[in-house]
Design a protein around this ligand. Structure first.
Ligand SMILES: Cc1cc2nc3c(=O)[nH]c(=O)nc-3n(C[C@H](O)[C@H](O)[C@H](O)COP(=O)(O)OP(=O)(O)OC[C@H]3O[C@@H](n4cnc5c(N)ncnc54)[C@H](O)[C@@H]3O)c2cc1C
Length: 447
């Protein structure tokens, strides 16, 4: 494979690497709402009380999948309402990379240009040793091949753009609308305030802690805490003199004695970073910052400066969900993280959620028979999601718990352990980002 010659070693960031455990996977819970602390700020609350509208598709969850589904359904003339437990953009921290395949869906939703302008186009993906040596590096965005770049940005920025687009189209988004139950035959929602809403169908886009999944899985599936906390922050590029453009337009991971740390451009003019730690109590950012500076001392520049110049960071517990026997039941169907747990290693959770939204929206717009649409949706989507999950597992690290712990938990390791961890990650990267790895992920078009 030809590697771009950028003249100097780079570092970048990306999602983490999480091991397969007992048939379930650590998974994103980044947008999982903390219902104890979120408050509705002026958002509309459900005003129906058993007032059925036989045409409306009720979308539970106003995250990446739910908002995109609503935009695409609305544009096809299918009436829909989004019910979001939280308030607009509240409590949403951290950043993410939307890969080319996800960006194609955002283009169909009419927001790709805004997303690209708001974030950073990622040209390369690299793994560095603690001494700054480039262990492996791949081209990442290939817009000339696949039509869209891969873009990193703050999660709140992406949700803000999607929300704005949905509102301009006239999509009905209701905040503070926490669904607590779906009733048979999957067309009626009950909210935390006791009101209900009925319609044609229910789409569960409510993430890893999905309420709709309880109905679809006959109460049988809950998210399991993986015992890990993701920590993410961002700082201004201006605070980091000496960074060149190639370093910013990249995702760089380093594994060393402190575990894995990733960084790269995020919202335009910012650098975002992330790491994973074993669960501990939150002592507050100033204390955590000092701990992280200590943990990552000796990592290649600009890691220390990036953390030192970060004013606050988000903490996210990571959860896993066992694979479901079915993604739909009666009139209810699941998409995104509610349907499938994709390890952060894949960097594909958001993009697969976007693909789900686009595929299901197309089927529902074209097909009156929801049973046929749901069956076709799952039949087509499941193999692709399963391939992403398998590809993102750590492979050799499944049998090497010390390496897995170092990579995902940041436990201090000696030189030999660090070398083994880098071998594992290098092998994993070759699978994820080789020509074939990029082709099947980024080259995909939703039918
Ligand atoms: C640390 C970390 C880094 C990641 N990095 C990347 C990355 O770089 N690239 C990538 O592609 N993916 C990444 N992911 C995964 C990605 O964030 C998820 O796959 C994606 O957010 C899934 O979108 P979703 O809309 O299905 O679910 P969510 O984003 O979880 O949205 C669900 C929405 O439903 C709402 N909701 C929940 N329960 C209810 C209820 N009962 N009633 C009403 N509303 C409800 C929530 O408030 C939320 O708004 C990362 C995950 C983590 C944890």
């Amino acid at each position: 494979m030809e590697m771009p010659d950028r003249g100097r070693g780079r570092m970048m960031i990306r999602s983490s690497v999480l091991p397969r455990r007992s048939g379930w996977y650590n998974n994103n819970s980044a947008a999982a709402p903390d219902h104890r602390t979120r408050k509705s700020r002026g958002g509309r609350v459900p005003d129906e009380s058993s007032t059925p509208d036989g045409r409306v598709v009720h979308i539970v969850g106003g995250g990446i999948a739910g908002l995109t589904m609503a935009i695409l359904l609305h544009r096809s003339g299918v009436p829909c309402t989004v019910h979001e437990a939280g308030s607009h953009r509240s409590g949403i921290g951290g950043g993410l990379n939307v890969a080319t395949n996800g960006m194609k869906v955002l283009a169909a939703a009419g927001v790709a240009d805004r997303v690209t302008a708001a974030g950073t186009t990622v040209d390369t993906y690299a793994l560095l040793g603690q001494d700054g040596t480039v262990l492996v590096e791949f081209p990442y965005s290939e817009p000339e091949v696949h039509g869209q770049p891969c873009v990193s940005l703050a999660r709140a920025t992406l949700l803000g753009i999607l929300t704005d687009r949905a509102r301009r189209l006239g999509v009905d988004i209701r905040y503070g609308a926490k669904v607590v139950e779906v009733s048979a035959p999957g067309d009626t929602l009950r909210f935390a305030d006791g009101t209900t809403a009925s319609g044609r169908l229910v789409v569960g886009a409510d993430g890893a802690h999905s309420s709709v999944r309880r109905f679809v899985a006959h109460q049988g599936s809950t998210a399991e805490y993986a015992g890990l906390v993701g920590i993410a922050g961002a700082t201004r590029v201006a605070a980091l003199p000496g960074l060149d453009r190639a370093e910013i337009e990249a995702i760089t991971l380093t594994i060393g004695a402190g575990g894995l740390l990733g960084w790269g451009g995020g919202d335009a003019g910012t650098i975002m970073w992330w790491t994973y730690l074993p669960h501990d109590t939150d002592p507050g950012w100033p204390v955590t910052r000092e701990k992280l500076l200590d943990r990552f001392a000796g990592y290649p520049k600009p890691v220390g400066a990036v953390i030192a110049n970060t004013d606050s960071a988000s903490r996210v517990r990571l959860y896993g969900v066992a694979p479901l026997p079915s993604w739909h039941r009666d009139r209810a169907v699941l998409i995104g993280d509610a349907a499938h747990a994709v390890p952060p290693t894949s960097g594909q959770g958001a993009s697969l959620a976007l693909e789900d939204a686009a595929h299901l929206a197309g089927l529902l717009a074209a097909e009156d028979d929801h049973r046929a649409a749901f069956a076709r949706f799952e039949q087509h989507r499941r193999p692709r999601v399963e391939r992403a999950v398998t590809e993102a597992s750590l492979g050799p690290a499944d049998g090497d718990s010390a390496v897995a712990a170092l990579i995902v938990g940041g436990l201090p390791g000696g030189p030999d352990l660090i070398r083994r961890a880098n071998d594992v990650l290098t092998e994993s990267f070759v699978g994820l980002y080789s020509d074939e790895g990029r082709r099947w992920k980024f080259g995909y078009d939703v039918p």
